[in-house]
Design a protein around this ligand. Structure first.
Ligand SMILES: NC(=O)c1ccc[n+]([C@@H]2O[C@H](COP(=O)([O-])OP(=O)(O)OC[C@H]3O[C@@H](n4cnc5c(N)ncnc54)[C@H](OP(=O)(O)O)[C@@H]3O)[C@@H](O)[C@H]2O)c1
Length: 334
């Protein structure tokens, strides 16, 4: 089978044997994968790794069951599946050291023709979603789901603030709108603003044209501010997010750090906001199953920017790195 492994910051394709599923394992024929910010960090050597040698990259995949090992009961040959982002987190609290076993940084990931994993590390993919759409779910969509559904449940009258047009933020926008919430979204260009409006954003703020966008959120909500903030910008955005939170005990899902150069966070601003800050770790398999069940009942179309052939995985990575993409960058199976 064909696989990619990184060598000196470049993806190199190799031929390797198809793995044999052991007892309790399922052999998945990978039909599509999708990229996340962490995949760039890992390729560039900017993410901790904890595995032997050069690990197969990419954490998110959809495929079909090609064979099952002895004792497997959850899946049969031909079933359509996606992986859970964390292979060993079924529910409850994140198991200790699970982040050291991540796909691509602690064990081989999914940019390969086949992958054998525990049957417990997989979730059934509903028929209404294509493999390309399914591959967009394990990291970005589940993160958006837990950002909105962890802590206090999302209320239909809540104001949700999303930042930028990355994978997590677009799913958060779509899921929040499907729930009936009001969404305020930020972005950096008029073209992307138009796309956010088309996806249902009620208010869009250009964070480059309006550096004090936290104040703009307050203005747009009559001084109330956002009830829930999906915080993907980190150092570049957190201080403005605190402003946008107002003073009414907002829920801030602390997701990522794509932004740079923001002002330091003033402790008293955070204190006065009354905000609850929750660190997100994507989500468990239970969270992934809840999301998939929800999508089967109330569908949303994952936004796919582009689908690249397996042989062009390097092009897919460059497309994602360019930030010209709007939506998930997908790579077809080998
Ligand atoms: N904690 C977790 O469980 C978890 C899970 C998933 C992801 N993450 C993290 O969350 C972050 C987002 O991940 P992703 O995969 O969605 O990233 P992504 O798709 O690479 O997001 C890129 C987008 O971020 C936006 N952006 C950059 N700087 C910004 C700023 N200052 N303000 C607002 N938006 C800004 C840009 O949107 P515009 O082009 O519209 O400006 C850009 O297109 C990453 O840091 C990732 O590591 C964490």
């Amino acid at each position: 089978m064909r696989v990619y492994r990184p060598e000196s910051g470049r993806l190199v394709q190799r031929e390797e044997p198809v793995p044999e599923p052991r007892r309790g394992e399922v052999l998945v024929r990978v039909r599509a994968t999708s990229l996340n910010y962490r995949d760039l960090l890992i390729l560039d050597g900017d993410h901790f790794t904890n595995g032997p040698g050069s690990l197969i990259p990419v954490s998110d995949a959809a495929g079909e069951v090609a064979a099952v090992g002895e004792g497997v009961t959850r899946f049969a040959v031909g079933d359509r599946v996606i992986n859970a982002f964390h292979a060993n987190w079924i529910g409850g609290r994140l198991p200790a050291a699970e982040t050291l076993r991540g796909y691509g940084n602690g064990q081989d990931g999914w940019l390969a023709g086949y992958r054998a994993v525990s049957e417990n590390a997989l979730v059934a993919l509903p028929d209404r979603l294509t493999f390309e759409q399914g591959a967009t779910l394990p990291c970005a969509a589940v993160t958006a789901w837990t950002s909105l559904n962890g802590g206090t449940p999302l209320g239909p009258a809540d104001v949700v603030l999303t930042l930028g047009t990355g994978g997590v933020s677009l799913f958060a926008l779509q899921l929040a709108k499907a729930h009936g919430a009001r969404v305020i979204a930020t972005t950096s260009s008029p073209e992307k603003a138009a796309k956010l409006t088309a996806l249902g954003a009620d208010t869009v703020i250009d964070y480059r044209a309006t550096p004090e966008w936290g104040k703009a959120v307050l203005d747009a909500t009559g001084g109330h501010g956002a009830d829930r903030i999906v915080e993907v910008g980190g150092p570049g955005t957190f201080a403005q997010s605190i402003v946008a939170a107002g003073t009414h005990h907002a829920d801030i899902a602390l997701v990522g750090f794509v932004g740079t150069g923001g002002a330091p966070v003033d402790f008293m601003d955070l204190f006065r906001s009354g905000a609850t800050v929750r660190k997100i770790w994507v989500g468990s398999r239970d969270d992934t199953e809840d999301l998939v069940r929800r999508l089967a009942v109330r569908p949303i179309e994952p936004v796919v920017d582009s689908v690249h052939p397996f042989d062009d995985a390097g092009v897919a990575f460059e497309r994602f790195r360019s930030r010209q993409n709007l939506g998930k960058v997908v790579i077809s199976g080998a």
